[in-house]
Design a protein around this ligand. Structure first.
Ligand code: PHE
Length: 344
């Protein structure tokens, strides 16, 4: 054995016994034995100085060197990289609570509307939803609102420019006409939905808002039934001690008509302000369905009578959540919306 063989065997031993323990040491290993200036390369140039009969064995030895280095590199690499990655995670506190998942929140109008709906559903009212784009007949004519009534004025109603006779409904009372012309009494429905009026937008009023309409038609329905139904509603919504009062009023489609106030209280300055010093808050309009309306919708007023009511939802939402400005309800500011309960 000559010097060249000894040198090669020495390097082979080094390759076999090298124990890189991290990615950096492995890289040094690679540079040393596999890089462009590796230690095996110079051994090849010694080939010429060997006896011809030794050259084959020498060549094979050098190839073995190269292959051994490659093999070691390829087996160590994934193991060391894996170890490195695990080290990165070692400092993570697995007992720390996770970042909370962001749930959406229900809109306050939706929360209040769902509560109203469920109170009436428990009394046997069926849900009746209908279109927001209505015709003049269902919104006004059927509801006994004469042609020259100010509510029909262009000021209050949004008419569809290119569709004559179509408008954005100004109240959910249009659903009364829809139901009465398509169902036979007894009828007991609640109709929630969005309504539109051409009003100046301010802290107290908006050009779009929500109502829940109620309609009950059967034989011998009386004003006492109406009052009792509304009292029950107020107690469910505002607590067992809730008080209501009915003030005589006027609507073209009910006779007699009333406005309903719920007692809010006068304890704080805010109470005084929102009830204008009276302690009472108006929450809806109601009355006995005008016989003319029944007739318009094909129901015999000599056989049937009924009551109807329509309440505003925003008003009640503002009260319940002490929101100062109705415009907050329509601006979709995430900081506002995320304060409300996610479920229900
Ligand atoms: N439609 C009326 C309004 O929008 C409310 C109402 C409904 C009154 C049903 C009486 C009966 O103001």
């Amino acid at each position: 054995m000559n010097e060249e063989f000894n040198k090669a065997e020495e390097i082979l031993d080094q390759i076999k016994s090298a124990e890189p323990t991290n990615v950096e040491e492995l890289e040094n290993f690679r540079i040393k034995y596999l890089g462009s200036k590796n230690e095996i390369k110079p051994l090849f140039s010694k080939m010429g100085s060997l006896k011809p009969e030794d050259r084959k064995a020498y060549g094979q030895l050098l190839n073995k060197l190269k292959n051994t280095a490659e093999e070691r590199y390829n087996t160590l690499k994934p193991a060391l990289e894996q170890r490195e990655k695990q080290a990165e995670y070692r400092d993570i506190d697995l007992t720390a609570p996770p970042a909370p998942i962001k749930h959406g929140a229900r809109h306050p109008v939706d929360i209040v509307m769902n509560r109203v709906i469920s109170i009436f559903q428990k009394m046997g009212f069926l849900l009746a939803e209908d279109r927001e784009i209505e015709d003049d007949w269902h919104n006004f004519t059927a509801m006994n609102t004469p042609e020259d009534h100010p509510a029909r004025d262009m000021q209050d109603t949004y008419y569809l420019r290119d569709f004559e006779g179509l408008l954005l409904r100004t109240h959910t009372s249009s659903v009364q006409a829809r139901v009465m012309t398509s169902a036979k009494p007894p009828i007991r429905i609640i109709a929630p939905g969005r309504v539109y009026r051409n009003e100046t937008i301010s802290a107290r009023s908006h050009c779009q808002f929500h109502q829940v309409e109620g309609l009950y038609i059967d034989r011998d329905v009386s004003f006492a039934d109406l009052k009792q139904t509304l009292l029950h509603y107020a107690r469910e919504m505002y607590g067992p001690d809730a008080k209501i009062r009915l003030r005589p009023s006027y609507f073209p489609f009910t006779e007699p008509s009333a406005e309903v106030d719920v007692y809010w209280g006068l304890e704080s300055e805010t109470d005084k302000r929102i009830t204008k010093g009276t302690g009472w808050l108006e929450i809806m309009g109601c009355g006995m369905v005008d016989p003319q309306v029944l007739e318009n919708c094909g129901i015999d007023p000599s056989e049937y009578s009924g009551f109807a009511f329509g309440m505003g939802i925003e008003r009640q939402a503002l009260l319940q959540y002490r929101i100062e400005d109705i415009r907050w309800l329509f601006e979709n500011d995430i900081r506002f919306l995320k304060q409300f309960h996610p479920a229900i």
